[in-house]
Design a protein around this ligand. Structure first.
Ligand code: ADE
Length: 245
């Protein structure tokens, strides 16, 4: 069962390629896919680039061209929930698109013709990823008292970089009954593609910023200095824990 490990940016995935036995690069759809084995597990590493469309293209290619049977996203996110701090980790329970609104044709946030806004992650992958995240945070030497959270993540084509904006986003989501722990720009698109193909999906995001007025600076520094260490530690444990077949 081939596992795809997807990230938006090279900095989020740095160090993973070196872990692969017999890595082989394939160029497809303007992206580089790296195929190989990690602890005996067949894996494909891919960079989605930023935003929902780029992520959906990459996820589709992973399924259609590379035949992957499960996808895990690893990267960074802005913290939205109370107590979700920089250096903490969020394992997604599911995703909503915070910028989806086809009202009055469909209820706000609902993905038209899917009859729902929320795309849940695979329970099996979540369970393994939660264990991997807890172990990974410890061995990555994360921030003192870094916590692993589990809950909803909101995705949209917007880098949220103002406290007023993140509060408005949280309020809008709450008004529709959704309590999001974090915000990023790709997960919900990958979740939707995976739902279309019946491919199990899960995601782990390290909190790089609080989606507030300092988000831009915090994000750049965190991605450079910390994000890849977390990805390497967490995904390293994950691939050792997943059944190969
Ligand atoms: N990814 C990391 N931080 C983010 C933010 N503040 N907004 C959107 N995506 C992010």
């Amino acid at each position: 069962m081939t596992l795809a490990i997807l990230s938006a940016l090279p900095e989020e995935q740095q160090g993973l390629v070196e872990q692969l036995q017999q890595p082989r690069q394939v160029q497809h759809a303007g992206r580089t896919f790296t195929l190989g084995h990690w602890h005996g597990l067949p894996v494909v590493l891919a960079l989605s680039r930023i935003g929902k469309v780029a992520a959906a293209t990459t996820a589709t290619a992973l399924v259609e061209k590379f035949g992957v049977q499960r996808i895990v996203f690893t990267g960074v996110a802005g913290g939205l929930g109370d107590g979700v701090q920089v250096g903490d980790v969020v394992v997604a329970s599911g995703f909503v698109q915070h910028d989806m609104n086809a009202a009055p044709l469909f209820p706000p946030l609902e993905v038209p013709l899917y009859g729902r806004a929320l795309f849940p992650c695979s329970a099996e992958l979540i369970a393994t990823l939660l264990i991997a995240a807890r172990a990974g945070v410890d061995c990555a030497g994360g921030t003192f008292n870094a916590k692993v959270h589990h809950g909803l993540i909101a995705s949209g084509d917007r880098f949220v970089s103002a406290a007023a904006e993140s509060q408005a986003l949280q309020t809008a989501l709450r008004s529709h009954g959704y309590e999001a722990l974090a915000v990023e720009m790709e997960g919900a698109a990958v979740a939707q593609v995976c739902a279309d193909y019946g491919v199990p999906f899960a995601a782990v995001r390290t909190i790089s910023d609080r989606a507030d007025d300092t988000a831009h600076g915090d994000f750049a520094e965190f991605v450079r200095s910390t994000a890849s260490r977390y990805a390497l530690a967490i995904i390293g444990v994950l691939v050792r824990s997943l059944p190969a077949a």
